[in-house]
Design a protein around this ligand. Structure first.
Ligand code: COA
Length: 408
């Protein structure tokens, strides 16, 4: 058993908790690698489904393998009726991330291999999840707007089909390709909060859907995947602002964060952000809406200057800073931006869950179980005296002093 390392209250920054073969980040140099391949290379040359195959299987597929994988995803896309019916019963104001998270255990009930514990079955479960998450997000968006969900169109790419199921119109090819690139860029990111949540749940031997539901919950938070929606909120708020640097300064003076800036691992610009920044400029020009990339560029410059002034030289734009204007240009509403992140990240989550389940990177104790230092009420190892409820009240304030003791 390894020696216990005391790294409490640091958010596990800099703590290596496991080995992984799925992806790698060099935070100093801004490098992201999936299974050995640079993210720039995959974004330029690969597709989401090919990248998903790479993450799940560890190697790039050959032509036949990619065709078979694409067919398997297409065959699994249709959302089971009882899932659609359950969406129709939900309050229309429900947040799409809550709906997506709630739909995962319902999708689990439709998986014929839910409890199967071999690797091939795990890969098939991953394919079902990758295939169905976009359909659930699109179906919910239609249901909440009083429309019937649309059947998938398998002639389209993964991203193209998502846009079709969301809107019911044939997507522009360039926009569909751009969204596919966004999905590639978001497909994995080592031990981020949601992936760690997935792996932690998988380590208990809970099934893949239980682990994914935990990941979706973690992703929804505004410090993680929820940041893209917050970035859009910020851009909408300041769109007619004349003094962007003043707005940024005021926000920082109030102790608030600039969303989409800073990263737990990157100390330079997030390599995914470069792609999205360029994509936003190009899409803005194509769609005649250059205002959004211009505005995000102005906020970026103002924030970098303000951070520099305050001595925060390593706070740079992250993936969410530039994905928000890109999705906005694509007509994806703010509350669907984090679900789109999940639609992409599902491939990475599943790859990590499989790696955890089958100990593919390294043998390790099966269950994550860190320690915590107990700093609460302590009356000795015999415990505090229990008093009947009628006798409490007066004595509560004077009871047992707080003392440190290790938790069990
Ligand atoms: C992502 C994030 C949680 C990483 O945080 P972290 O690793 O804990 O970074 P730190 O808390 O060590 O940051 C160091 C300092 O920079 C500040 N800081 C970090 N991100 C900031 C931001 N976006 N705006 C303003 N200040 C920020 C922190 O307040 C901290 O200041 P302090 O030392 O005075 O308390 C953080 O950068 C953040 O909240 N960013 C905005 C949300 C976001 O975009 N999330 C998506 C991440 S992909």
């Amino acid at each position: 058993m390894a020696e216990t390392v005391r790294v409490k209250n640091t958010g596990l920054r800099g703590v290596t908790v496991a080995d992984t073969k799925v992806s790698f980040i060099d935070g100093e140099q801004g490098i992201l690698i999936y299974r050995g391949y640079r993210i720039e290379e995959l974004a330029r040359s690969s597709s989401y489904l090919e990248t998903a195959y790479l993450l799940l299987q560890g190697t790039l597929p050959n032509r036949e393998e990619l065709a078979a994988f694409t067919r398997q995803v297409a065959a699994a896309r249709e959302i089971p009726d009882f899932v659609v019916e359950s969406l129709k019963k939900l309050p229309r104001g429900a947040h799409p991330m809550d709906v997506l998270q709630a739909s995962i255990p319902i999708l689990a009930m439709a998986d014929p291999e839910l409890q199967a514990e071999n690797r091939e079955a795990a890969a098939r479960k991953a394919i079902r999840l990758i295939a169905r998450l976009p359909g659930v997000v699109a179906a919910w968006n239609r249901v909440r707007n009083g429309m019937e969900p649309l059947p998938p169109d398998d002639r389209l790419s993964h991203a193209g089909n998502f846009l079709w199921q969301l809107r019911g119109t044939k997507p522009d090819e360039e926009v569909a390709r751009d969204l596919d690139v966004c999905l590639v860029l978001h497909a994995d990111h080592t031990f981020n909060a949601s992936t760690f949540a997935c792996r932690e749940v998988a380590s208990t031997r809970a099934h893949m859907y239980a682990a994914v539901a935990a990941g979706i919950g973690a992703l929804s938070g505004s410090l993680h995947g929820g940041a893209n929606a917050q970035v859009l909120k910020m851009l909408l708020e300041i769109q007619s602002e004349r003094d962007i640097p003043g707005w940024v300064e005021k926000r920082l003076d109030q102790g608030q964060r600039i969303m989409g800036m800073g990263h737990a691992v990157y100390k330079t610009m997030d390599p995914r952000a470069w792609f999205l920044k360029e994509m936003g400029l190009r899409l803005g020009k194509k769609l005649g809406q250059e205002k959004w990339p211009r505005l995000s560029g102005e906020v970026e410059q103002a924030a970098l200057k303000a951070f520099e002034k305050r001595g925060f030289k390593t706070l740079k734009p992250n993936v969410d800073f530039f994905s928000a204007p890109v999705y906005h240009l694509m007509g994806i509403s703010g509350d669907l931006m984090t679900p789109v992140f999940a639609v992409a990240r599902i491939a990475g989550w599943c790859a990590h869950i499989i790696e955890e389940e089958f100990a593919e990177a390294q043998e390790k104790p099966a269950l994550y179980r860190p320690e915590a230092e107990y700093v609460g009420q302590y009356c000795g190892l015999m415990g505090c005296a229990y008093e009947a409820v009628e006798a409490r009240g007066e004595t509560r304030k004077s009871q047992g002093a707080s003392r440190k003791a290790s938790g069990g």
